[in-house]
Write a new protein. Sequence first.
Length: 214
Amino acid sequence: MKIIMLGAPGAGKGTQANMIADKYGIPHISTGDIFRSNLQAGTGLGMKAKSYMEQGLLVPDDLTCDLVMDRIDQGDCAKGFILDGFPRTIPQAECLTQALAKTRESMDYAINIDLADEIIIERISGRRACLNCGATYHIVNIPPKVEGMCDHCGCPIVLRDDDKPETMRKRLDVYHEQTQPLVDYYEKQGILRNVDGSLPMMEIFSEIMKVLES
Ligand code: AP5
Ligand code: MG
């Protein structure tokens, strides 16, 4: 199963992608998580992505596409994968479509988590993320078992640098301008499925399960 998670920053892509990946035993590929772990480790890729991420802008398409194409070529992706945060522009979507077409493959579903900007801003201000394993929490809605610590790896959970209110607003503008057109792109390919992102986390998951198991 090859799935794309679409949706604005903070819509809940990562939260749902983690659960889907666990359920089907397929890799969860989050470009944001890959950039953040490279940034933390101080790699060349992390340094290249840093200034874009800090400003709430997108990392250039060529860099991002190369990264994802290499990742989906790895053996653990043979049975499928979930892309979270990629593609984010029409050129990235074209790159993915063409790369898969070489082996007569295509994506199965693009799941769009639909959520109003006002709710997104409320959720992001309460989000805490584990920079070690990528798990995501919310201080009120989805708290960790022990305050300030990741349930999975025990590392501290923090407010992401790009979750500051000014950067968050920029990310939403960039989303509406560059990423939202992908909703039409995948609708035309016949693989778009919309889910209501304002529902509780487990209800969204069961809506997604209905889509994937229909
Ligand atoms: P990325 O890490 O992908 O961030 P994003 O798209 O902005 O999305 P988020 O991770 O902020 O939100 P999410 O939808 O995963 O929501 P979450 O599940 O955490 O990208 C970061 C940056 O990297 C970009 O700005 C860009 O610079 C760069 N980048 C990445 N990919 C790129 C690409 N392809 N091209 C170019 N540049 C790229 O949920 C949000 C909060 O809500 C959490 O606190 C969660 O616990 C809570 N929550 C989730 N679901 C619910 C629910 N149902 N009810 C209540 N609370 C909920
Ligand atoms: Mg995320």
